[in-house]
Write a protein that binds this ligand. Structure first.
Ligand SMILES: [Zn+2]
Length: 245
C-alpha cells in the first residue's frame, strides 16, 4: 500500500523488542492510531525525537493490517520543557491519556488534537494555572466527545435561574430542583464560559478560586459520563498531594 502522510501527537509509548517502540498517535484526520516504530528507541535513530511522548510532528506511515509502520517522524513541537517539572508532566500525561480515551481509530479528531495542543502549550509556557487548565480541558473535551453539559437554564423545570451544577445529571439545575449547594456567581460564569465560549477565550480566562470550586465536580462529571478512570489521574493526584504538602 502507498505510504501516507499525517500530522499527530504521540499520546502513549511502550517498549517493543529490538529498540522498537509501539506508539499511540492522535491524528486530526486518522483519529487514534497504533504505530510501530522500528528501532526508534535508539538515540541514533533519526525517528527517535519524533517518537517521544507528547511530541507533535509529521509522520509518514505504511499501513500494516490494523496498525501502521513508521517510515519517518519529523517533530514540529516536542513540549520538551514539560519534562522538567514532574507536576506539569503529570498533568500533560493525563491530558494526553484522556484525549486518547475519548478518541477512536478512523474517526477524525481535529478538534481534540487542537484542544490538546493548545492545552499543552498553555501548560508548558505557564500561561494558565494547571488546575484551572484541567477544569477547562475536561469540560471542552467532554463537549468534543458528545457530552456537552446543559447550560441553558434548569435541566428539569426549564427555569432560567439554574446555579447548581449536577455532575450526574450533566448540567445546571435550579435550587428548587436540586438539594445541592449552588455555585458561586464567579464559578457559574466560569463554567458557562468554558462550555460556551471559543477555545482562545476559554484558555485566556483566569479561573482562580472559581476553578478550584469547580475542580471536584468537573472531575466527577467526566468520570460519571465516560466511566473512565485513567491511571494517569490517580498518579496526578498522588503527585499533587506530594507537591502541595
Ligand atoms: Zn428546576
Amino acid at each position: 500500500m502507498e505510504p501516507l502522510k499525517t500530522t499527530g501527537i504521540v499520546i502513549r509509548t511502550s517498549q517493543g523488542k529490538n529498540s522498537s517502540l509501539a506508539l499511540s498517535v492522535l491524528s486530526p484526520d486518522l483519529g487514534k492510531i497504533s504505530v510501530w516504530a522500528r528501532g526508534a528507541r535508539s538515540w541514533k535513530n533519526p525517528m527517535h525525537s519524533g517518537c517521544t511522548l507528547l511530541s507533535y510532528g509529521e509522520f509518514i506511515l505504511l499501513p500494516r493490517g490494523e496498525m501502521y509502520s513508521l517510515s519517518s517522524a519529523t517533530p514540529i513541537r516536542s513540549f520538551y520543557h514539560l519534562r522538567e517539572n514532574v507536576e506539569k508532566l503529570s498533568y500533560a500525561v493525563y491530558f494526553a491519556e484522556m484525549a486518547g480515551l475519548v478518541s477512536e481509530e478512523g474517526t477524525e479528531a481535529g478538534e481534540t488534537v487542537r484542544l490538546l495542543l493548545n492545552t499543552l502549550h498553555y501548560l508548558e509556557q505557564d500561561l494558565k494555572d494547571p488546575q484551572d487548565l484541567k477544569v477547562m480541558f475536561e469540560l471542552r473535551l467532554m463537549c468534543t466527545a458528545g457530552f456537552m453539559p446543559h447550560t441553558e437554564g434548569c435541566m428539569l423545570c426549564g427555569c432560567d435561574d439554574a446555579p447548581v451544577f449536577s455532575p450526574e445529571a450533566g448540567g445546571l439545575l435550579c435550587t428548587a430542583c436540586s438539594p445541592h449547594r449552588p455555585l458561586s456567581p464567579a464559578a457559574l460564569s466560569l463554567f458557562r464560559g468554558y462550555v460556551e465560549k471559543g477555545l482562545k477565550t476559554a484558555l485566556d480566562a483566569k479561573g482562580g478560586d472559581a476553578a478550584t470550586e469547580l475542580a471536584g465536580a468537573v472531575e466527577r462529571f467526566v468520570r460519571h459520563h465516560t466511566e473512565l478512570v485513567p491511571r494517569s489521574l490517580e498518579y496526578l493526584h498522588r503527585i499533587r498531594n506530594i507537591v502541595n504538602v
